[in-house]
Structures are given as structure tokens and as C-alpha cells.
Design a protein around this ligand. Structure first.
Ligand SMILES: O=P(O)(O)O[C@H]1O[C@H](CO)[C@@H](O)[C@H]1O
Ligand SMILES: O=c1cc[nH]c(=O)[nH]1
Length: 240
């Protein structure tokens, strides 16, 4: 039990899927895990542990923003021994050829800042995905025939951005989409020598202004959840 996670020791699996939305965690656990048990409700930040094809998995909300994710990622890794953390988030597309419901795998993250920024002093640390997870997720997505993009994503620390000029610069440099947690997840994971990946489903589009409703963001990202599980347990997937 930690300040923010009420689980007992042993109740958190080594593999953790992390949506921002705690209700997406609940839906994903109840839809995809066997014998899912709620292991955290502190502050309404829901976490569930169950199994997927015999492998123990926890699905735990991160909350919105890097400050919130940082608390949960630190406690999951340092206090509960999490070794593989996969963010399963939503994101806003920043390129014309990235469409609603496409999946983006965050190979690297662009930031203005992040909670871990301070410890790097004058260094511009480049938060990047674990290559094994990235490769496994891409392979699984190709096999499933899901439209998938791999590349640089923008981890913003604000949702209501007063600097749209920065979006234009990032778009010209090929940044695929904007979300709010991945960079800090990658930095915390790197610091502790564990694996991390951000998988994102495009929920809205900064250029076309198309957007999915809240219920879809909560309960319709099944492709992404299954791809995250396949990426975490590729050998299991090969056996079918
Ligand atoms: O849907 P989630 O996973 O929360 O991700 C995105 O949605 C939230 C903003 O609406 C931010 O957390 C952003 O990163
Ligand atoms: O951070 C986010 C997440 C989803 N959509 C956005 O536009 N921004």
C-alpha cells in the first residue's frame, strides 16, 4: 500500500497497462482480463489485476497529465515492482494522414517540459520507447490490419494551449499527435531500468476538428488494448 495506491504487496502485476481514464481501466479490465479484481480505488483512480491468456496483468489509470502519471508510475515501479508499463491513451492528430481511430506508437516524445525535466539540468533528454515493446506492438498491429503510425509525439503539459504557433512548428517537423503523459512515463521508466511504450488511439483531430465522444474514449479502444497485451506477451500471442 502506498500513498496513492491501496493495493497490497503482490496485488500488482509486473505488466501494467495505463490509460489516463480510470473508467477506461475498468472497462478494459472487465472486457479483456479473466478474474479481474479491483486493487485500487484511492481518489477514484481505479486499478484492476487479472490475467490475459494466463499472464498476470494490471490495468491502472494514470490520470491526466504528466504530474499525475508520474506519481502512479513511480509507485508502481518502486513500490510494487512493475517492469513493463504500456500507456493506452487517446491523442489528438497533428498530421493530415493520421486519422480518427488510427493507432500511434510513440517512438519518441517532444516536450516543453515534464516533471523529470529538472534532474537533467542543461541536458535535453530524449524520452523514447522501449524498442522491444515498440517492435512487438507494430508487428501485432500489422498482423491485425490496424492503421498504425510510428514516430514522434508531443507530450504536452496543457490541454488548452495558448501557443498554437508551436503546433505548426511541430507539424512541420513530422510530430504525429499530441497527448499528455508519455514523455514522463518514458523518463521514469528509463530511470528505473524498466520497459515502457505509449500506444495511442486518435480521438480528435487538430486539423479537421473531428472528435470522438466521451463514451467512445472510455469504451471503444479495444484494438489498442489487445495490441498492448500482445506487445507485452508476444510469445503467448504466437501460440494463439
Ligand atoms: O485519454 P487519456 O489516456 O487520458 O489521454 C489523453 O486524454 C487526456 C486529455 O483529454 C490526457 O490525459 C491525454 O493524454
Ligand atoms: O492531449 C490530448 C489528448 C487528446 N486529444 C488532444 O487534442 N489532446
Amino acid at each position: 500500500m502506498t500513498i496513492h495506491i491501496g493495493a497490497e504487496q503482490g496485488q500488482i502485476a509486473e505488466t501494467v497497462l495505463m490509460p489516463g481514464d480510470p473508467l477506461r481501466a475498468k472497462w478494459a479490465a472487465q472486457t479483456f482480463l479473466t478474474d479481474a479484481v479491483c486493487v485500487n480505488q484511492v481518489r477514484g483512480m481505479l486499478g484492476y489485476t487479472g490475467t490475459w491468456r494466463g499472464n498476470r496483468v494490471t490495468i491502472h489509470g494514470s490520470g491526466m497529465g504528466m504530474a499525475s502519471l508520474s506519481i502512479y508510475a513511480n509507485e508502481l515501479i518502486r513500490d510494487f515492482g512493475a517492469k513493463t508499463l504500456i500507456r493506452v491513451g487517446s491523442a489528438g492528430a497533428m498530421q493530415q494522414d493520421v486519422g480518427i481511430r488510427d493507432i500511434v506508437l510513440g517512438q519518441a516524445c517532444t516536450t516543453l517540459t515534464m516533471p523529470s525535466r529538472g534532474i537533467f539540468r542543461e541536458i535535453n533528454f530524449a524520452p523514447c520507447a522501449d524498442f522491444g515493446l515498440l517492435h512487438a506492438a507494430y508487428t501485432a498491429a500489422q498482423a491485425r490490419g490496424v492503421r498504425t503510425h510510428v514516430g514522434n509525439i508531443y507530450s504536452s503539459d496543457v490541454f488548452y494551449d495558448e501557443r498554437p504557433d508551436l503546433n505548426e512548428i511541430m507539424q512541420r517537423h513530422g510530430v504525429l499527435c499530441v497527448e499528455m503523459e508519455a514523455a514522463e512515463l518514458y523518463a521514469v521508466a528509463a530511470r528505473h531500468g524498466v520497459r515502457a511504450l505509449a500506444m495511442l488511439t486518435i480521438s480528435d483531430h487538430l486539423l479537421t476538428h473531428d472528435a470522438l465522444p466521451a463514451q467512445d474514449r472510455e469504451q471503444s479502444f479495444g484494438d489498442m488494448i489487445e495490441l498492448a497485451l500482445q506487445a507485452a506477451f508476444p510469445a503467448t500471442e504466437a501460440r494463439g
